[in-house]
Design a protein around this ligand. Structure first.
Ligand code: URA
Length: 239
């Protein structure tokens, strides 16, 4: 039998921070097996008990899946001596063991998955799975239709092998700058920036829009986060 304190259970289910949920419990808005409970220390059986918070039935899940709209200026790491990290965008007492899946550069924005399911993180990052990642970028330099073909064949970024085929879409271009979308299936260091460098262009803004069918929720402002929906979770677990 797996049990945990009611206040911890509610915090883990995303009802608020530990101190917020304590206040909610005091108002009588939490039902445990249809009975109002006002003591956060009461034990919940995570497998069999029914918990309702503010009218919403909750279910316990062993793992947590968070979508962060990563802002520029924070590093994708759990700790850093110089910069803010992506974990600083989350409340401190959210969950232990959460870690970002993969890496976005300091200046890259957009979709970042954060989870405590290490097996899933490993699967999503494994080269075997080729999860496609789509980025939007502003480019200094001219991206030409011929580059679409070049990206599809693979680009020489100075490694032993060409990059895997990438899908390049030119949104617009003039004689000094371009806007593009690019989809890659690998995660080499600075990969998108290096691919454009190889065609004498420079990425001046980069944002990840999606990973497989997991799409950045554009209602999240940079620095904001939310839990994945059940559908999003199921999609990821099927990867
Ligand atoms: N490619 C890059 O160059 N940077 C990122 O942050 C992600 C992909």
């Amino acid at each position: 039998m797996s049990t945990m304190r009611l206040d911890k259970y509610l915090a883990e289910a995303g009802c608020g921070t530990r101190s917020e949920v304590k206040k909610i419990i005091k108002t009588g808005a939490v039902l445990l097996n249809n009975t109002v409970v006002k003591d956060g220390a009461v034990k919940v059986n995570t497998e069999t008990d029914n918990v309702v918070c503010l009218g919403k039935p909750l279910s316990y899940s062993q793992y947590h899946y968070i979508m962060l709209s990563k802002p520029a200026g924070c590093v994708t790491a759990t700790r850093d001596n110089v910069h803010k990290t992506v974990m600083d965008c989350l409340p401190q007492d959210l969950h232990k063991n959460l870690a970002p899946v993969g890496r976005l550069d300091l200046d890259t924005e957009g979709l970042l998955l954060i989870t405590d399911n290490g097996d899933l993180a490993h699967r999503l990052l494994s080269p075997v799975h080729h999860v496609p990642k789509t980025y939007y970028a502003k480019i200094r330099g001219v991206v030409l239709p011929e580059h679409i073909e070049l990206f599809a064949e693979g680009v020489d970024i100075g490694e032993d092998k060409l990059t895997k085929p990438a899908v390049l879409e030119i949104i617009n271009t003039d004689d000094a700058a371009s806007e593009i979308k690019v989809t890659i299936t690998e995660g080499k260091y600075h990969q998108v920036k290096r691919m454009f460098h190889a065609i004498d262009c420079e990425v001046v803004y980069l944002k990840r829009l999606s990973m497989g069918s997991l799409v950045l929720d554009e209602t999240l402002q940079p620095g904001e986060w939310r839990y994945l929906t059940k559908e999003e979770e199921e999609y990821l677990l099927s990867c």
